[in-house]
Design a protein around this ligand. Structure first.
Ligand code: BEZ
Length: 202
């Protein structure tokens, strides 16, 4: 079911309704839809991992890139950006995201609570998650191996390395108080590899 229907729920016309969409990967810097406001913050109960494969935007069929997905983890928060979309833009943005991420990419859309960086009440938001049953799913690996795969891939949106560096840059600039050992270990390994490329780690 397209998320617009899930988001409105009661069958009412979507006009005059606001929907929040939470991005924790490329949506942070490239939302590709119209929005009325943007807030940095986090969702609870998920951790972000470079465990999903991408054979189009940041990789290709032969060498899929690694992009982030979310895993349920009661102890974790994931930081990113939530976008408010309203009225006409809500229907068209959600329809486009549903087509691109769910129908073509195998992501599922989930409802979460979003907490803004500034204290305040939680806001319901939608988030796109790729699960382990997705054929592109790559799963866990050591940071050095993930970095090695990332450094060697690019796709229609550019280098997989730039995706990694942009995400790390966002976390450093906008959420400097947040620890993200998974992300920063992969970034550190990728930086080493770009200055001294070597053979794949074992
Ligand atoms: C994200 O940035 O949140 C995202 C982008 C594409 C698919 C799933 C999530």
């Amino acid at each position: 079911m397209p998320p617009q229907e899930a988001a409105t729920g009661d069958g009412a016309a979507p006009q005059d309704r606001a929907v929040w969409i939470f991005g924790y990967g490329s949506l942070i810097w490239k939302p590709d839809f119209e929005f009325t406001s943007r807030r940095v913050g986090f969702i609870r109960g998920y951790c972000r991992r470079f465990w999903h494969g991408d054979n189009h935007y940041r990789g290709d069929k032969r060498t899929p890139g690694r992009v982030v997905t979310l895993l349920e983890d009661a102890e974790a928060d994931t930081w990113g950006v939530a976008y408010e979309v309203r009225d006409e833009a809500a229907s068209s943005s959600l329809e486009r995201l549903w087509r691109r991420e769910c129908l073509l990419g195998g992501y599922v859309c989930r409802s979460v609570q979003f907490y803004g960086r500034e204290a305040g009440a939680a806001t319901p938001a939608l988030v796109y998650v790729a699960t382990a049953d997705n054929p592109l799913y790559l799963g866990p690996a050591e940071p050095a191996l993930i970095a090695w795969q990332i450094v060697g891939c690019s796709g229609h949106s550019g280098r997989n390395l730039d995706y990694l560096l942009r995400l790390a840059d966002f976390m450093r600039r906008c959420c400097p108080h947040v620890e993200d050992p998974h992300l920063f270990a992969i970034e550190a390994a990728a930086v080493v590899l770009t200055s001294a490329p070597g053979s794949p780690p074992h």
